[in-house]
Design a protein around this ligand. Structure first.
Ligand SMILES: *Cc1c(COP(=O)(O)O)cnc(C)c1O
Length: 398
């Protein structure tokens, strides 16, 4: 359904869960001629860049940078620590865990997958049973997706660490923070995460194309015991380069690095605690609106329990397959693009809101106002007062 006149002309708003909105400062930092990749500024900026990346991840250990998207970092991380025939455990709360598990199979690993469905967090009793049964420590790593972007479940990584410790299980704890880093609280060293993968186009606000693998000494020890590691994925020269080209095993992603520098400056000027608090407050406003709309019976929030919801993405469902028409309306009539549903059976009913990275209160109100407008235009039943509920959260002093 469309209005007689479109109201979409103007600055568009891409509110999908990655790639996220890029700050002008990031775009401007990239608008320059190619730099020299043999000496000068680009080479000199690398130590501070990797240090500031590690500060976002809350780690004093290593980071290897790859010219890759998130999928590339999945394979990079696995290739360094999992030999063909070794087993990994994948507790799945959505499509992305399955994706990482499939990639593990692709490099010859055996995968024990525990499927918790598409709207439930990990069940630690079930994970404990599996780990306890693994008396010979066949399982070499647990593939833990922190926020599964398809379901918008946020899993409890510290609790998984505590479980491994309680059981004395030596498996590496490998976390996918592609959707959560720079949005939801994540602290690699305090949480005892051994390997963490992420990419630049979500909370890190830069164009897709660079990915990061963080690893600690325990992960490095496992890497050192590998029969072989592919030269391109080998994280050692990338994290500890003697020559500049070793950072990337070839030409650097020059402009990405300038964009990333600008993004890291913004993140650290704001401060990690404040970045996390902002995402939490904005997410809470979005939930308040969605919970109010849900009283009308047509809208459902995929994750019922607030404490299990991501602060960066919200998966929603409309009855009678009205998610797709809603998205089409907001995009064509309002200039607001919402995310498609991913991994869900009800393709046309499901959709997602991205609220990660460079996003503030007025953008959240615009997103919610766009949804209210689309639901009005499409005659979708909904509770009254959703925008007021969101505004109250944003206005709250505590
Ligand atoms: C986006 C995402 C991925 C995939 O990243 P790509 O850059 O699209 O390859 C993997 N895991 C999670 C949790 C994600 O959000």
């Amino acid at each position: 359904m469309t209005n007689s006149i479109s109201l979409a002309q103007g600055r568009e708003y891409l509110a999908i869960p990655g790639p996220s909105v890029m700050p002008d400062a990031v775009l401007q930092a990239m608008h320059r001629p190619s730099p020299n990749i043999y000496e000068g500024e680009l080479i000199e900026m690398m130590p501070a860049l990797t240090r500031d990346l590690c500060r976002v991840a809350r780690t004093d250990h290593n980071v290897a940078i790859y010219i890759a998207n998130g999928h590339g970092t999945w394979e990079a991380a696995l290739s360094n620590v999992i030999a063909p025939g070794e087993t990994v455990l994948a507790p799945a709360s959505g499509r992305f865990t399955h994706g990482w598990a499939e990639m593990a199979e692709g490099i010859g690993a055996k995968v024990d997958l525990i499927d918790f469905g598409l709207s439930s967090a990990w069940d630690f009793d079930q994970i404990a049973d599996t780990l306890r049964a693994d008396e010979t420590h066949r399982i070499k790593a647990v593939l833990a997706v922190h926020v599964d972007t398809s379901s918008s479940i946020r899993n409890d990584i510290p609790a998984l660490r505590a479980l491994l410790d309680d059981l004395g299980h030596p498996a590496l704890l490998m976390a996918d923070c592609i959707a959560s880093l720079g949005c939801d609280r994540f602290e690699m060293d305090p949480w005892g995460v051994d390997v963490m993968v992420t990419a630049c186009q979500k909370g890190l606000m830069t164009p897709a194309g660079t990915g990061f693998v963080f690893f600690n000494d325990k992960a490095q020890a496992k890497q050192a015991s590998m029969p072989r590691v592919s030269q391109y994925w080998d994280w050692q020269p990338r994290a500890n380069p003697e020559l500049f080209y070793q950072y990337f095993n070839g030409t650097a992603p020059t402009h990405h690095l300038y964009g990333l520098r600008a993004a890291l400056d913004m993140i650290h000027a704001e401060g990690m605690e404040q970045v996390w608090a902002r995402h939490e407050r904005l997410a809470t406003a979005i939930w308040a609106a969605c919970e109010t709309w849900a009283e009308g019976g047509a809208l459902q929030i995929n994750v019922a329990d607030r404490s299990l919801r991501s602060h960066a993405v919200t998966a929603l469902r409309l009855t009678d397959g009205r998610g797709t028409p809603l998205r089409e309306f907001t995009e064509s009539q309002l200039g607001l693009t919402l995310g498609i549903g991913l991994g869900m059976e009800d393709w046309d009913g499901c959709f997602r809101l991205g609220h990660m990275g460079y996003i503030n209160a007025q953008m959240v109100m615009a997103m919610l106002g766009g949804m209210e407008t689309a639901m009005a235009a499409l005659d979708i039943p909904r509770g009254n007062g959703a925008l007021e509920a969101a505004a109250a959260v944003l206005a709250s002093k505590d």
